[in-house]
Design a binder for this molecule. Sequence first.
Ligand code: FAD
Length: 316
Amino acid sequence: MKVTEHIAKSKGTLFSFEILPPLKGTNIQSIYDGIDPLMEFKPKFINVTYHREEYIYKERENGLLEKIAIRKRPGTVGICAAIMNKYRVDAVPHLICGGFSKEETENALIDLHFLGIDNVLALRGDSIKTENVFKPHIEGHAYAVNLIEQISKMNKGKYMSEDYNLDPTDICIGTAGYPEKHFEAMNLSTDLMYLKQKVDAGADYIVTQMFFDNQKYFHFVKECRNMGINVPIIPGLKPIKSLQHITFLPKFFHVDFPEELSKELVKCKDNASVTKVGIEWGIHQSKELKQNNVPCIHYYTMSTSSSVKAIASQVF
Ligand code: FAD
């Protein structure tokens, strides 16, 4: 079932979360270990993130360096199929532009449709770790809006090759939104202008980047509505868990901690005390969002479910 159908059917705020595929070499049980503790909260869908290749340099016998692409985590299609099969819950694979030609994207979407996976979160993706700007595949998409256009066309039965005689796909398209603006955007207004383009191109709903100040989410929703963006906007929350997160999350995700939260975090001396503050803050944020009738709260577990479980048990 589509994410938007789950939202339309529900009388209250839904619970959902996303997992990170484990490093290659581990087995599927490590994914189930992250999902099992959260099933009691009846998620209607589970997202699976996608991680693009990285480059390493290996020294050859002749002394020259060879650039090698390595993919540390498995792809999402198989993991989504396994989740749907085991838990009878919808899985939402993240599909990115980076590293893919349009043809590869089309083939991935045909596979998803074949497996009965009718949701995707369509993203541009970030630059490769060793590069500081996003470089699209030479035959791929530069922005998420182009990927959304491709999926929308397939939903109308328009494939790249006219030789194909395939049925239209019927894929519900999610897109990313940034209450504190995307880090490359000139300002929130231009970022919202591009977000509107993504919705006009066929995005059915928005999932936000994590935020720690609910007022930023409420302001973002208001601005979206003022611009005529009328699709559901699902807030994304991440429980802070470690001393490292205190500097890593603002740096990597370009988000601020509100003063009330930072005052508690500066008192923390170890990971356990940060985890406790993170859970309390997550409960506070979630309860307020729920009171404001948000369609769903989407938790970034990064494959560690204990804090999300502690929050969800107080909220759902
Ligand atoms: P876009 O919507 O393409 O926007 C990128 C930037 O370009 C923005 O600054 C925007 O304002 C600007 N822009 C957009 N359209 C245009 C245009 N037509 N012309 C000029 N400028 C434009 N990354 C992963 O690699 N894997 C994941 O699984 C993943 N999951 C995510 C889940 C969520 C909910 C979120 C919020 C992010 C996720 N990301 C993931 C990170 C995401 O890929 C990055 O934030 C990326 O830098 C931007 O992706 P986007 O889809 O928002 O890009």
